[in-house]
Ligand binder design. Structure first.
Ligand code: MG
Length: 387
């Protein structure tokens, strides 16, 4: 494969750091051109020097001077602010953009990269949840591949490679069940962030770890899958699989089910997206079937984990409803991480915002931005006045 020049949006986050680990295993195949970070200036500086980036962006403008001073002797260009990210992703020296920012903030730079014709490795699922119709339409128009990084979606993408034109009967999205899988409802209701952050299988950032505990992560992933694979939500099944070795499955119309398996390690789907269509070697733990012994499957419990139904409802309603759900969830998760609300308040606040924010049946991009703002304002107001 020809050397690929990569931009990593969100390089200091969990996905960004693991992507750089993958890149360090293949210095002959990947070159780091652009790194961007929100706030973590010291790690951004360290990464930029180690990988000899061409440019970096620190989104928090207050930290610009510190970064510029540190990288000036290394001849690495330094910029600040989100507008710089949106401008730089389109530059000629970039072949592929890994969108690994957290939340709705990833939408604008991802669209900018698509419009500049860059291949997208998409880790930022909120982009598709909030504006899937706009993002996928742009990807088709600019003939840009959107390669999934989310492990479930990478798995489905890999399963589909065996029969790309066959009819899909169902997609089976596996879910670990999160840290509260075996807890009763009263105990979950009293859970604190320390409990929720102990994810049994996957090592991830804070936001997605809380989303895994509520199972909103799987709700977001249903909507993400709907857009990536152009499959109606009714054909997307969620199944609890605590060992997390089957990363997801595709059931074809002849009843054959193709599963993609491996140890839970995000570097594998990250590398598959960055190297696609090549399958490259990776220095990671390999699956030991005999040591694993058995694998289990359970139906998800909608009573203890209402987020799955909430996400299906948002998707059925369509329009800006998934955007409202996502925005309210971002605010509520942050409040939970700040110990300001309880665990089930997260889904209660999301539901209340979905009922209370103006619905738009076919929102354009401006309407999506306005919806995100309105839903975040509504959620913030609920938390401020009631908790
Ligand atoms: Mg996932």
């Amino acid at each position: 494969m020809e050397k690929r020049r990569i931009a990593i949006l969100g390089s200091t986050g969990s996905i960004g750091r693991q992507a750089l680990d993958v890149i360090s295993q293949h210095p002959d195949l990947f070159e780091v051109e652009l790194l961007t970070a929100n706030n973590n200036d010291s790690l951004l500086i360290e990464q930029a020097i180690k990988f000899n980036a061409n440019s970096v962006v620190i989104c928090n403008e207050d930290k610009y001077e510190a970064v510029a001073e540190a990288l000036q002797p290394h001849c690495i260009k330094v910029f600040a602010g989100m507008d710089s990210v949106c401008g730089l992703v389109g530059e000629d020296n970039i072949d592929m953009v890994l969108a690994a920012m957290v939340g709705f903030s990833g939408l604008k730079p991802t669209l900018a990269a698509i419009k500049a014709g860059k291949a997208i490795a998409l880790a930022n699922k909120e982009t598709l949840v909030a504006a899937g119709h706009i993002v996928m339409e742009a990807a088709h128009r600019y003939r840009v591949p959107v390669l999934p990084v989310d492990s479930e979606h990478s798995a489905i993408f890999q399963c589909l490679l065996c029969s790309p034109d066959a009819e899909i009967a169902r997609l089976h999205l596996t879910a670990s069940g999160g840290p509260f899988r075996t807890w009763d409802k009263d105990r979950i209701a009293r859970a604190r962030k320390e409990d929720a952050l102990k994810h049994p299988q996957w090592k991830m950032g804070d936001k997605i770890t809380i989303d895994s505990a509520t199972m909103m992560n799987k709700g977001l992933e249903i909507i993400e899958a709907r857009w990536l694979f152009d499959t109606p939500v009714e054909k997307i099944n969620v199944i609890i699989h605590p060992q997390s070795v089957i990363h997801s499955m595709v059931e074809f119309h002849d009843g054959a089910v193709i599963a993609q398996m491996g140890c839970p390690d995000m570097r594998e789907p990250i590398q598959f997206a960055l190297g696609y269509p090549a399958r490259l070697p990776l220095d990671n733990r390999k699956l030991d079937f005999a040591a694993l012994g058995h694998i289990e499957f359970h139906e998800p419990d909608m009573d203890r984990f209402p987020a799955l139904d909430i996400a299906r409802r948002a998707s059925d309603k369509g329009g800006n409803m998934p955007c409202i759900m996502n925005a309210a969830n971002e605010v509520a998760v942050r409040a939970f991480l700040e110990d300001r609300i309880g665990f089930y308040d997260i889904t209660d606040i999301v539901t209340e915002c979905m009922d209370g924010v103006d619905f738009a049946a076919s929102p354009d991009l401006a309407s999506i931005y306005a919806t995100d703002e309105a839903a975040k304002a509504k959620a913030t107001e609920i938390i401020r006045t009631r908790y």
